[in-house]
Design a protein around this ligand. Structure first.
Ligand code: TEU
Ligand code: CA
Length: 543
């Protein structure tokens, strides 16, 4: 028996990600804050988004810009107060915008009360909240490495033990095997649900069920058991959007993470497509050209294998990734055309689109003169490690220009005024000097801007259900320049067709679509069977 179910609201939603520290400062200390976000809600409403994913604003020593939480139930004074947070939730709701909190549950800060207790003694009731191994100083339990460099084990002389950390030494991993840890986390989530939040993004959630003795970090044996328990105890008691960040997801386990029966999350946020342009088996810093045909096949695989069985997030940018127009587009001559092309290709697919702050302006990567201008712990640690290992500092800087997380973390470019309208003080990280040309104020007024294009894409998704429920078919699979696909449901057929390169590309299939309705097109001319550099078009035919 098939049950006719109403589509959950988040299936045609568009999410906007805010990195609070770089969005809008309200008090001149150079750091973005919650009151700053409140003051920009009209901008978000103008763009038409349905929800905001807020990177962490909890109390934190800021070793990893808030991904190291010392109190899950308080706001860092740098960002404001709990009252500000409640006001943000309420004011956003008035504009039909839901607030998605970022839950970092794999680790806490080493300054969290639990960890301070845990390292007092082995008998402390909080000791077992974290992952410890006995050892001999200098001899690590094993050779596991932390994401931000160095060993994944840190020695605590007072206890003669090591604790496990997958990220920085200031981010000790929580022990999910301990049911008390899980209960504390669920109660905290329920507390936030009670405050009216619209959902949660779950940081590195595939890494919680680690088994360090077997060197297992992601997709541990008990992972889905924990996720289903968490969902039952918390999310299922509300009407939430939940999104699990999972670097280790594949199309099989994604069907568990985003099972349509709601037993885990609404959707998965996975990175297969973002990891194609690095040397196989190496790190993201080891650059390689984007294998375009592979990218198309990867996207098509996720589209087809999740259809009806799960739900994906559609993104090209976030606070950990370089700016997409610099990464896959052309941030010079064809900045506007290529930013529009890339977003058309992604927003036409099945899934929930995510727009990362500034992406809707076509903001670009930044090239600071030297390493002293960078702030990100991952970038700084990697620079030190590689230079010490004998890499040429100039080559290391090249990797940083291409991939550093700080590319995405320069302040939002609001206007051409001083400090891009971000702050009246000294920004915590330098502003991209191109803010005089690239900024929200100019783009909101310009019907041909990247911003206006994004606004149109957001609205199209609401207007045509085919974007949400249509089947997906990749065309011109082996073509080295054109990304083309069709979405189709009972009512319409939709063609998304784009030239991914800066040289003209033959695209004969456009001939068959001549009588279709052009919904968006990033050139003023008619659509021909030869696509201009970065040309993109979405055409619709009614059935
Ligand atoms: O990122 C997950 C993660 O694995 C990243 O460290 C990723 O490998 C790196 O950013 C790629 O450059 C999440 C958060 O999004 C990130 O900001 C945090 O630093 C990290 O978890 C730890 O909480
Ligand atoms: Ca501030």
């Amino acid at each position: 028996m098939t049950e006719q179910r109403k589509q959950p609201w988040w299936k045609n939603a568009v999410v906007y990600q805010i990195y609070p520290r770089s969005f809008q400062d309200s008090n001149g200390d150079g750091i973005g804050d919650i009151r700053g976000i409140i003051s920009r809600l009209d901008y978000l409403a103008d763009l038409g988004i349905d929800a905001v994913w807020l990177s962490p604003v909890y109390r934190s020593p800021q070793d990893d810009n808030g991904y190291d939480i010392s109190d899950y139930q308080d706001i860092d004074p740098m960002f404001g107060t709990l009252d500000d947070m409640e006001e943000l939730i309420a004011k956003a709701k008035e504009k039909n915008i839901r607030i998605i909190m970022d839950l970092v549950l794999n680790h806490t800060s080493d300054e969290h009360r639990w960890f301070l207790e845990a390292k007092k003694s082995k008998d402390n009731p909080y000791h077992d909240y974290y992952v410890w191994r006995d050892g001999v100083e200098g001899e690590y339990p094993n050779d596991m490495r932390a994401s931000f460099g160095g060993s994944a084990w840190e020695w605590v002389p007072e206890l003669q033990q090591y604790y496990f950390h997958q990220f920085s030494v200031k981010q000790p991993d929580l022990n999910w095997e301990n049911p008390k840890v899980r209960r504390e986390i669920y109660d905290m989530i329920l507390w936030w649900m009670d405050k009216g939040v619209g959902g949660f993004r779950l940081d590195v959630i595939d890494q919680i069920a680690k088994e360090p003795d077997k060197k297992i970090t992601n997709n541990g044996p008990r992972l889905h058991e924990f996720l289903q328990e968490m969902s039952r105890e918390t999310f299922q008691k509300g009407d939430l959007i939940t999104v699990g960040e999972a670097w280790g997801a594949n199309t099989e386990n994604a069907q568990l993470y985003s099972n349509p029966d709601g037993s885990e999350f609404s959707m998965v946020f996975q990175f297969e497509h973002m990891m194609l342009d690095q040397q196989p088996g190496k790190e993201k810093w080891d650059l390689a050209p984007l294998p375009f045909v592979k990218l198309k096949k990867c996207m098509a695989k996720w589209q087809n294998e999740l259809c009806g069985k799960g739900w994906n997030s559609l993104f090209m940018d976030n606070h950990d990734l370089p700016r997409i127009v610099s990464h896959w587009g052309d941030d010079g001559k064809y900045r506007v055309e290529s930013a529009k092309m890339l977003s058309a290709v992604f927003h036409g697919m099945q899934g929930t689109p995510y727009i990362y702050q500034g992406e809707e302006l076509g903001m670009t990567n930044v090239k600071f003169a030297d390493i002293s201008h960078y702030r990100d712990i991952e970038t700084l640690n990697m620079y030190k490690e590689r230079v010490e290992a004998g890499y040429d500092p100039e080559d290391v800087m090249k990797s940083i220009y291409a991939k550093s997380r700080d590319n995405a973390r320069t302040p939002m470019q609001w206007s051409s005024r001083e400090n891009a309208g971000f702050t009246t003080g000294t920004p915590w990280i330098e502003i991209n000097p191109n803010y005089r040309e690239i900024n929200a104020e100019a783009e909101q007024q310009d019907p041909d801007s990247v911003f206006s294009w994004y606004r149109t894409l957001v609205h199209l998704r609401k207007e045509y259900p085919v974007f949400v429920d249509g089947a997906f078919e990749l065309l011109m699979e082996e073509d080295e320049q054109v990304f083309a696909y069709v979405r189709e449901n009972d009512g319409s057929r939709m063609l998304v067709c784009a030239n991914f390169t800066g040289t003209p590309a033959a695209c004969p299939l456009l001939d068959e679509w001549k009588d279709g309705e052009v919904l968006v097109h990033n050139y003023k001319a008619d659509v021909e069977t030869e696509l201009k550099p970065y040309e993109a078009v979405i055409v619709r035919k009614q059935k």
